[in-house]
Write a protein that binds this ligand. Sequence first.
Ligand SMILES: [Zn+2]
Length: 589
Amino acid sequence: MQSPAELNLARKWRPKTFDTIVGQDIPVRMLKNGLYLQKFFPVYLFAGQRGCGKTSTARVFAAALNCQKTEEFRQNPRLTIPCLECESCIAMLNGNHPDFIEIDAASHTGVDNVRQIIESSSYMPLLGAKKIYLIDEAHMLSKAAFNAFLKLLEEPPKSVLFILATTETHKIPETVLSRCFQVIFTPIANTPLKTHLRAMCDQESITIDDQALDLLIHETDGSARDAINLLERVRFSNTHITEETLLHILGKISNADLCALLEYIIDAQPHNIIATLQSPSFELINSTIIWDMLIELCRTLICIKYKATTTLPSWAQTSSILAALDAKCSLEKLYTISTTLWHHEELFHQTSKKNIFLEMLLVQLASGITPLTTKSPATAPFLQKTNAAPLPQATKIQQAQTPSIEQTSKPLAEAKQPSTLLPAWTSFLEALNQAGDALLESIFKQATLVEPFAPQTPLVIKLSAKSKFFTDKLNECKQIWQPLINKAFPENQSISFAAPTEQEPSPRPRPPQVAESAAAAPQPPRQPPVQSQQPIKPWQGKKNYQAAPKQPSPNALNLENIDVQDKEKWPIANLLISHFPGKIKKVTQ
Ligand SMILES: [Zn+2]
């Protein structure tokens, strides 16, 4: 036997009996029952994610099948099996059992390897009752290999037993699957894994804090192997492993620091965002990790708002910070932050200056600005297909000091859309987008639904401007939008349109005004307006006339101002300006 000191943790702590397999009670019970009853299937399929104990369980099962104490176990099922003492068990422990053949299908994919198995399977076992083949990563076998294997599976020799292990059951042909007895391994639950790791640390004299152990388990997603390997990595880093040690090794920030960052966005403190991101604890952290952690934090808080989660173990020690954050931020604000991150993710991954991109985006969010994207936003997981407007926002383009289309939409937190109607309104806007009428779509995208809302009552849609043009357009295109509205809001029998009420008092605290925000948020230098005498083409949809990007972007467009004062020459452009105050710009790129 090798000296324990020579072995790494994963090998040393690999389970050798059924009793030491962690967190797989159902598979263990099924296999032990088979041993007790001496009823076996010729082919087993062990399916489950990586590191959850499939291969270890297969080795234990193989050892138990050939253990010379099997008869005693049948008399007394309380006995430990395999016994680890008999000749067969010792051969298994030493890795030289003549009747146990382990094949890594990832490196033996071909039909020749299967032919070798078929040939050798006809020989009788030498030491035990069964000749056992463990085929790991079985989904990697080639089609030809599976076909050759199938013949053997149809009529396997009585003394042969196959165990196929796979992380991807769907890649195993149906013809093979139908001949297998499937044993499903679930990810290992936190509690048994923590108990196991704690016992391991105690025996190995590894001093580790409870928070650090929780974080370690959270990081490894129910894989015991990954958790033990990570523990192996950190055990010599410090005599006492704290959460901070582990965070440092993982290149992550603490929950408390992460919450503080989100809090600065919610409290509209852009200066603190900059200070935090440039502080020593953040400076060395990869921006991608901060980005991912922020999205995960928003998700956790959204789940809490919907009462869809209990506090995660990784938050056990910092649950009060999470609760305080939950109390001060609204669901709308969380949607704004997470949606903004999703919509900018593609650009974030493209840029080489990720830390600056992250900083600017968070500063804009903290300044109450919903940053604009120049590209069609990436699909967020909770929104199916989105185009220009990710959520039905109460988007009103306001007149700022310089009349220009470079305006910001109001933050979503201020939107008055009843949140219960979001899905119906979003699906309506999507359907409208398919209809292909850009002006009609624009009118609806800028409109809001009026509360209070109840089924069976008329649906009131408040337009963003009092305009004959809007009402004419709506009447003219009724056959387009009416069926789509009816489909999205089947419970509302009628629809009425309302004009906007100017300067209505808002029940919620108002975010900083646009002018203030613009001053607080660093912005790219504006291009001097260029007057062009070039005539512009008639309106052809929003792709030709875009709001200028609010932030530096690798895909920034070249925009030129165009003089459209002649109302007879530029009727549509003037109509647009009357509803969307600003300048018409031409994309010259
Ligand atoms: Zn034995």
